[in-house]
Design a protein around this ligand. Structure first.
Ligand SMILES: C[S@@+](CC[C@H](N)C(=O)[O-])C[C@H]1O[C@@H](n2cnc3c(N)ncnc32)[C@H](O)[C@@H]1O
Length: 228
């Protein structure tokens, strides 16, 4: 059996980006709609942090809004690529584990997490929420998009890391990504309320295959808006 990874960043992401996989480049529609709904007027929500910014899919949206964008990702490969792609943001793009520290000397008006926190263990998620809380201004927003749900068909697959986290899930969606955390509604409330976040909006999104040319799936995620 492989060693259980209870640390934050799953190093598998470095291999993924090295192989040009998971290179999403179009802004995620739920990020666009939630940020547009809550972060108004734009000038009041200037400083935006994306934890796990990956290949930078959401960056053009924030540039377009004229926000000050800061991105943190555990993969040096992808951060170096982003620095070439967005040279004006070089100073604001940093490689590091967001469950350990946020290496920017300011407080954020919004934190965007599209599919990133959900690739960490329970212990790391708790650490991350403590770290984040200290870097968020009063009444700022955390946007969690695509937090995997315990109702997802992959929840029982792979190997157990902790009650809510699995790894080595051998499906098209999760192959090679390391830790995958699956949230239940109660688990979300417990985690965020323990760090004094106020939950403003929580939705459960279910996508289920009726007919498919690949493997049948039940793809379930939560979208969350919480206030610091
Ligand atoms: C599914 S990708 C999402 C990328 C981007 N947010 C998007 O919406 O396209 C998840 C990203 O989170 C990063 N990540 C996961 N856990 C991390 C951690 N503890 N510290 C830093 N980055 C992490 C991975 O390296 C990966 O780039």
């Amino acid at each position: 059996m492989n060693e259980i990874n209870l640390n934050g960043f799953s190093k598998e992401w470095e291999n993924i980006y090295d192989q040009n996989i998971h290179m999403s480049i179009w802004p995620w529609s739920d990020v666009v709609s939630l940020v547009s709904k809550y972060c108004n007027p734009v000038e009041k929500y200037n400083n935006i942090l994306e934890i796990g910014c990956g290949a930078g899919a959401n960056i053009p949206f924030f540039i377009n809004r004229k926000n000050h964008f800061y991105g943190l990702d555990g993969s040096e490969i992808i951060i170096n690529q982003l620095k070439d792609k967005f040279p004006e943001l070089r100073q604001n793009l940093v490689a590091g584990d967001f469950t350990k520290s946020i290496p920017f000397d300011l407080k954020f008006d919004a934190v965007v997490d599209r599919g990133s926190l959900t690739h960490n263990s329970t212990a790391s998620i708790k650490e991350c929420l403590t770290v984040l809380k200290n870097k968020m201004s009063q009444k700022s927003f955390y946007f969690g998009v695509d937090l995997f749900s315990t109702e997802h068909s992959s929840f029982k697959l792979g190997e157990k890391v902790d009650e809510f986290t699995r790894k080595n899930i051998n499906t098209k969606q999760f192959k090679g990504v390391g830790n995958v955390h699956f949230f239940s509604k109660d688990h979300i409330y417990e985690l965020f309320e323990a760090k004094s976040f106020k939950i403003l909006e929580l939705e459960h999104v279910v996508k289920e295959s009726i007919q498919t040319s690949t493997e049948p799936y039940r793809h379930c995620v939560y979208n969350l808006v919480a206030q610091a």
